[in-house]
Design a protein around this ligand. Structure first.
Ligand code: SF4
Length: 609
């Protein structure tokens, strides 16, 4: 057990992921559930490393088969006063959306609370689609809470639960990559544990459940919509004001200032950094929003009294800015200019793609300061010196490109090598035989690296987690090619088995190679339903992929085989024979992940030394 997670006072150093866990421990969390994905995958490692603490206090920590099931767990937890924390990456929020939308409409328990910690990979360094979960949260009517500092990342877990239970709303707890992976020193408080937990159970009294409240189907939906927008949102704003979640920093003492900033989350920290570099700390009022959806109109009105011109500093597309514009228009304050993604003269403002950093803010502010014809407290010389220091450096050094690649001993390398050779042979057969052009549908896992050399011909498309077979279904009725998809064991349990069922139902001509490496490798080796232990080290039933697919296949002619892909010759023969058959074929490539294998070997060697 890591002693930092039992610290009761003083300061400790944590990563952003760890701070979410420590914040949950300080806030009587009852259940943490979700599905691992960057930038929040490390959070599950933190749970594993502290399993004794969690088990001792009966806190539930479960990796769900997928994010939709995690969302459903959050909903179920609100049948009682349980504080529930969901954890997922931005694309996981896509998967969870349905359950979260309904759960939020039904509402958080007045003695519980739901936070959905979502990790946004702002710079798209490890996520297949650009991440900005604020928009999806808004679509789901779920408010967005954005901590800015490391202290807030921890402490706002507790505030978030309070806001959730007292407003009756779920809250998206937005953390970006640099916050999750970065780290800092924070003040800690004692852990507080929930009275209702895995060890202290109760009998749920179903006579107290009002199904009209908990089961939302039309016509109740329209009523709930009204309640959310007209009652719960205003309640949330009031609670946020009381808790100081939205703050006006550096308010003017004698009349409005010519310029003020509206910002949130990490963009706030970057803005403060940039202003510090320019010697401008405290010179401009800043509206630091903790809740970026729905933006509190009262705070906008108060801030409008502080400044003549607004500039919104936010990462990615304008999300806060249109809310501010709409509110200013409603309050008839649009005489005061609003800048953000566009600057005076309709010139480009802050970028609407990817993220921000302090240097980028300095460079962008410089253009705004020049464009604004106002008395600003700018030290022009200092500004120019800073811009000079940020000017591109002429360099002849070139960095060799380096694509990601499978680890030594990786089982996927066995499968990929065999398929690469088989595909080449089938495409150029000996004289007289018709060539076969294999179509490879992509999926999500370590094997997404098939996209890169030397295996790039083994991935022709990508739809998302567990969707390789489904992508094949879109083209299968129109082509004669043999088709194939690689799928990991976690992906199989996430959504992949549904794709196999769909393929069998529709008579697709496709070979599934299920890479059963006994772990969720890509996100840091979390347990899967196929192993006999859970994230807290408790024994669980290990589900057998072969039996599961046999159950799906039933009496259909679906071909199923299992083999260790490192037996290259036999595996090669099996693959070639299988993919030429008609219909759905399944090969389970049974070999442990190279990393977990070598870790285990090293541990046993040192134990025996
Ligand atoms: S983590 Fe495991 S499965 Fe992933 S590339 Fe490395 S060896 Fe292969």
């Amino acid at each position: 057990m890591d002693p930092r997670f039992s610290l009761e006072q003083g300061t400790g150093i944590y990563t952003g992921n760890e701070l979410i866990v420590k914040g949950a421990l300080e806030s009587q969390v009852g259940v943490i559930t979700g599905y691992p994905g960057s930038p929040l995958a490390e959070l599950f490692e933190t749970l594993e490393n502290n399993k004794d603490l969690f088990n001792e206090h009966g806190i539930v920590a479960q990796i769900a088969n997928n994010e939709a099931l995690a969302a459903a767990r959050l909903n179920g937890s609100q049948m009682e006063g349980i504080r529930a924390l969901g954890v997922m990456k931005s694309v996981g929020l896509h998967v969870a959306a349905d359950g979260l939308a309904l759960g939020n409409m039904v509402g958080a328990s007045p003695s519980g609370g739901v936070l959905i910690a979502v990790g946004d990979d702002t710079w798209s360094e490890g996520t297949q689609v650009p991440a900005d979960s604020r928009f999806l949260s808004q679509h789901l009517y779920i408010p967005v809470l954005e901590p800015a500092t490391f202290q807030e990342i921890k402490d706002w877990i507790g505030h978030g639960f309070e806001l959730s239970r007292r407003s009756g709303l779920y809250l998206t707890y937005l953390v970006t990559s640099n916050q999750a992976d970065g780290g800092g020193s924070v003040t800690v408080y004692p852990n507080r544990f929930a009275a209702l937990n895995r060890k202290q159970r109760i009998a749920l009294d179903t006579s107290t459940i009002c199904s009209d409240d908990r089961v939302i189907i039309p016509p109740a939906t329209a009523h709930k919509e009204r309640e959310v927008v007209h009652q719960r949102y205003p309640r949330l704003w009031q609670l946020a004001r009381e808790a100081g979640i939205n703050q006006i920093l550096y308010p003017p003492s004698n009349g409005p200032k010519p310029l003020g900033f509206i910002t949130s989350g990490l963009a706030y920290s970057y803005l403060e950094h940039a202003l510090h570099i320019l010697g401008l700390t405290g010179h401009f009022p800043i509206l630091k929003l903790g809740i970026t959806y729905p933006v509190d109109p009262h705070m906008i009105a108060r801030f409008a009294d502080c400044v003549q011109t607004f500039c919104v500093v936010e990462e990615k597309r304008a999300f806060i800015e249109p809310q501010i514009a709409a509110e200013l228009a409603r309050q008839k304050e649009l005489g005061s200019a609003l800048w953000g993604k566009r600057f005076p003269g309709n010139t480009p403002g802050f970028p609407d793609i990817q993220g921000l950093h302090p240097s980028l803010i300095v460079q962008t502010l410089a253009r705004l300061f020049v464009a604004l014809d106002a008395e600003l407290p700018i030290d022009r010389e200092k500004l120019q010196a800073e811009l000079n220091s940020l000017a591109p450096v002429n360099s002849t050094a070139t960095v060799p490109p380096r694509a990601p690649s499978f680890c030594p001993g990786c089982p996927h390398r066995d499968s990929a090598s065999v398929l690469k050779k088989a595909a080449a042979d089938l495409a150029a057969p000996p004289d007289g035989q018709a060539p076969i052009d294999l179509v490879f549908h992509g999926d999500i896992g370590c094997y997404s690296m098939l996209k890169y050399a030397p295996f790039s011909e083994l991935m022709h498309n990508l739809s998302g987690m567990g969707l390789g077979g489904g992508t094949g279904a879109g083209i299968d009725p129109f082509i004669d090619n043999k088709q194939l998809v690689f799928m990991g064991d976690s992906t199989f349990f996430h959504t992949g088995m549904i794709a196999i069922s769909d393929s069998i139902k529709n008579g697709q001509d496709i070979t599934y190679i299920i890479l059963d490496n006994k772990t969720t490798a890509m996100t840091g080796h979390q347990p899967t339903p196929g192993v006999d232990v859970d994230v807290l080290g408790k024994p669980t039933f290990a589900q057998d992929i072969e039996k599961a697919v046999a159950g799906l296949a039933g009496d259909s002619p679906t071909f199923i085989a299992r083999m260790d892909p490192s037996q290259r010759q036999n595996y090669d023969a099996l693959v070639r024979k299988t993919l030429l058959r008609d219909g759905v074929k399944i090969i389970i490539a049974d070999k442990e992940c190279g990393i977990t294998y070598h870790r285990r070997e090293r541990a046993s060697q040192s134990a025996n030394a």
